[in-house]
Design a protein around this ligand. Structure first.
Ligand code: TNX
Length: 542
């Protein structure tokens, strides 16, 4: 029999003494394991034992999400729950609201010693991130989400951490149109973001290949617009849909109840959801459902998008377009509490509307000289529709091309290059950087036929993503990675493309430039980050 003891003795003792035992000691005690790296971390001696007797104390409701999150993970992996303390005593985790000591939003202080853990913050996110840091300091088994061996006692190494994020916008985009992802997967995706202190989930809900959000007023949007495959009105474009062979109809959308559930789930993790309804291009699914409302019947223009989808652009010269979009935005606004809605605006194909009488009429009436000015007019209209529903606009950078009269608070996503982002910043426009060269996680890691992912831009290795230096300006709101889903033919591919690159994203978004170092980062990813992914069965790229 191959007992563990026999296996042990098969290796020379020296190997154990000099290599393996020191490795465990080192891995167990090292506190420099957190990703993204905290702004300040001071090691001290001793460890706090988190066990069945540990209690918590709190003087603020802002800590409630953080406490629940910790309780859930303890329940799952230890079988006990963290109870509230009756009186101040040893072996407690204290949550304290302190807006004097903590000045910045989302900031926290975490002090761990033998007797207690103390956490100070001024908002929900701060408390949540303190707990995330604490959980990253202990055995990665705390992140396990299936039932496994229960761990009764957790060692937390003593230290003091003072931490805050560099950027307020630390985002990830998931495209659920080209390929649909289940509610369960979306939740997993959001939870993994939260583990990295990412705080904005950009949900690309509509595109040519599928409309994925239930709109009560227009049921055909999902009845027709969420189905793709043979006999449907929606294109495969260059890529088929996930789950099953090409000749099967693929469908999927979220009901309004699903959406509310996911919003609540995200908010419990300090994540706001930015919904995107892409317009006026990338709208084949909506047009297939309601052609009469969204296209000019007399329009003779014939054109293809860059992804080779024909006539996929909403007509901005028709009254019915604005009534339709107003109604859609009304429902979207009620579903998502976040203050912004993303209206797309990317890649309006050349030639769209060029032979539409309705657009010609509009151009004459409003003295518009080109189709670009027509697009400009469209977004000015849409911006006031958003304002009416109490929302601000986010859009892709293309929307800025004609100096539109949009509100100063609106934000633009620069995807073509960092330079294009800086140009917008110079014009005093709010920018989120999502440059394809560094942060398009739908691109291959390295150029290789066997690697999944897109090839139309340069490959994005984890190191390449980590090397991004976004800079600073009051107009630079933060950064974001994009996971477009044309090539995401299953959840494993999505995981593979997202991890470990998302570790790099989180550190670029959170940690001050001077604290960042590739070698140090790589060590933390190897020692802890990957273990955390393994334990959750995340199919990362090794
Ligand atoms: C460009 S980036 C697009 C998407 C594609 C993506 C693929 C942007 C705003 N538009 O429609 O999915 O490239 O990488």
């Amino acid at each position: 029999m191959n007992t563990p003891l026999k296996q042990f003795t098969r290796y020379p003792l020296t190997l154990w003494v000099f290599i393996i035992i020191p490795f465990f000691l080192f891995a167990g005690n090292d506190i420099d394991v957190i990703i993204p790296k905290p702004q300040k971390l001071i090691k001290s001696s001793g460890t706090f034992q988190l066990n069945r007797e540990t209690r918590y104390l709190s003087n603020t409701v802002f800590a409630n999400n953080a406490i629940s999150y910790l309780q859930d993970h303890l329940k799952r992996n230890s079988g006990y729950t963290l109870q509230k303390a009756r009186r101040g005593s040893k072996n407690t985790i204290r949550f304290r609201y302190d807006s004097q000591k903590i000045k910045k939003a989302e900031a926290y202080r975490l002090r761990i010693d033998k007797e207690q853990v103390s956490i100070e913050a001024r908002d929900k996110a701060g408390f949540f991130y303190a707990v995330i840091s604490m959980m990253q300091l202990i055995n990665p088994a705390i992140w396990r989400n299936a039932n496994g061996k229960k761990i009764r006692q957790w060692q937390i190494p003593s230290c003091t951490i003072k931490d805050y994020p560099r950027y307020r916008w630390r985002g990830m985009m998931l495209d659920v149109s080209r390929n649909f992802f289940s509610k369960t997967y979306v939740k997993k995706f959001i939870d993994r973001m939260a583990q990295q202190k990412l705080n904005r989930f950009h949900w690309h809900l509509t595109d040519d290949e599928g409309w994925r959000i239930e709109i009560k007023k227009y049921p055909l949007l999902t009845k027709v617009g969420a189905k793709r495959g043979p006999g449907t009105k929606l294109p495969f474009s260059t890529f088929p849909a996930m789950r099953g062979p090409k000749n099967r109809i693929q469908s999927g959308h979220y009901t309004q109840n699903d959406i509310r559930e996911i919003v609540t789930y995200a908010r419990a993790r300090s994540i706001e959801i930015l919904p995107e309804i892409d317009m006026p291009g990338h709208s084949k699914a909506a047009i297939a459902a309601y052609p009469k409302l969204l296209q000019d019947p007399k329009d003779k223009s014939r054109y293809l998008s860059v992804q080779r989808v024909s006539n996929n652009t909403i007509n901005p010269g028709m009254e019915s377009t604005y009534i339709f979009l107003d109604n859609v935005i009304a429902e979207v606004s009620r579903l998502f509490p976040f203050g912004y809605i993303h209206l797309g605006g990317d890649e309006v194909p050349k030639g769209a509307w060029s032979r539409s009488p309705a657009v010609k009429k509009l151009m004459k009436k409003k003295k518009l000289k080109s189709t670009r000015e027509v697009q400009n007019y469209f977004f000015t209209q849409m911006d006031s529709i958003l304002a009416k529903h109490g929302k601000k606009m986010i859009a892709w950078q293309e929307v800025l091309s004609e100096k539109p009269e949009l509100r100063q608070d609106d934000i633009f996503m620069a995807w073509k290059s960092p330079k294009s982002g800086y140009r917008a910043i110079k014009k005093k426009r709010n920018v989120i950087m999502a440059p394809v060269q560094y942060l398009y996680f739908d691109q291959q890691y390295i150029r290789n036929r066997k690697e999944p992912g897109h090839t139309w831009s340069t490959p994005v290795s984890t190191q390449k993503a980590y090397s991004f230096k976004p800079g600073s300006s009051r107009y630079l709101k933060g950064i974001q990675a994009c996971l477009w889903s044309e090539t995401l033919l299953n959840e494993k591919i999505a995981d593979y493309l997202a991890w470990p690159r998302s570790f790099a994203l989180s550190e670029v978004a959170w940690t001050e430039q001077k604290r960042r170092n590739w070698k140090d980062f790589r060590k933390r990813v190897k020692n802890r980050g990957l273990k955390r992914l393994q334990i959750q069965n995340i199919h990362y790229r090794p």
